[in-house]
Design a protein around this ligand. Structure first.
Ligand SMILES: Cc1cc2nc3c(=O)[nH]c(=O)nc-3n(C[C@H](O)[C@H](O)[C@H](O)COP(=O)(O)O)c2cc1C
Length: 188
């Protein structure tokens, strides 16, 4: 039995809906089918979804990978599918996962920044960038703890009501006021 790996990029055709439990609802349905089918076919891999784009990596028995990819190519939930990697592999490099899901999380964001990329546009990835994305999927634990890209940004960018400096200033001012009140009280 020969093994192969495959990666592609595509554009979602659906209008993204609000995230439910960390996953966009259309993507949640795709994941449900993928996990069921891929587990049966002993396929492993990962799916990135962000900026209305998909990046998917599949690894397993060549016949299974090709059969699955043929189905994926026919799917009208995405378009402009670009095959990025399609080659034999000696061994499996993923374990225990039928289909990891990694939303555009902070580590993907950091990866994009490190490459000077403004947006998640996987169709234009170089082969080195594809390998880095696959490495991110391999090392990701996000399937257990889904982090939505937009939520991550919200947390990072939410302004604090009081900055630490202002807090310290208010405490000192409060103490001075108390001192002044005691002093005034003792003068009476
Ligand atoms: C971006 C994307 C990724 C997909 N990935 C997989 C996959 O890894 N495995 C799979 O079986 N189906 C995948 N699908 C779904 C297939 O296109 C197809 O709907 C499904 O395999 C049909 O399975 P069913 O006959 O069990 O309903 C994907 C679809 C999209 C749009």
């Amino acid at each position: 039995m020969s093994l192969m790996r495959l990666a592609y990029a595509s554009e979602a055709t659906f209008e993204a809906k609000p995230v439910e439990k960390g996953v966009e609802p259309h993507v949640a349905r795709i994941l449900m089918t993928s996990r069921k089918n891929n587990a049966r076919g002993k396929l492993v891999g990962g799916l990135y979804y962000g900026n209305n784009r998909f990046f998917q990596y599949l690894e397993g028995d060549e016949d299974e990978v090709r059969k699955t990819y043929d189905r994926i190519l026919q799917d009208d939930r995405h378009r402009n599918v670009v095959t990025l990697i399609e080659e034999p592999v000696a061994d499996r490099t993923f374990s225990n996962w039928s289909m990891k899901y990694v939303p555009l999380s902070r580590d993907v964001q950091r990866f994009l920044e490190s490459q000077g990329l403004q947006r998640f546009e996987p169709a234009s990835f170089t082969s080195a960038q594809c390998e880095q994305m696959i490495e991110l999927i391999r090392n990701s634990s996000h399937d257990q703890k889904l982090v939505n890209h937009d939520e991550a940004r919200t947390v990072r960018e939410t302004p604090q009501a009081f900055s630490p400096g202002l807090k310290a200033g208010l405490i000192v001012a409060g103490l001075c006021l108390l001192g002044a009140l005691f002093f005034a009280g003792s003068m009476l």
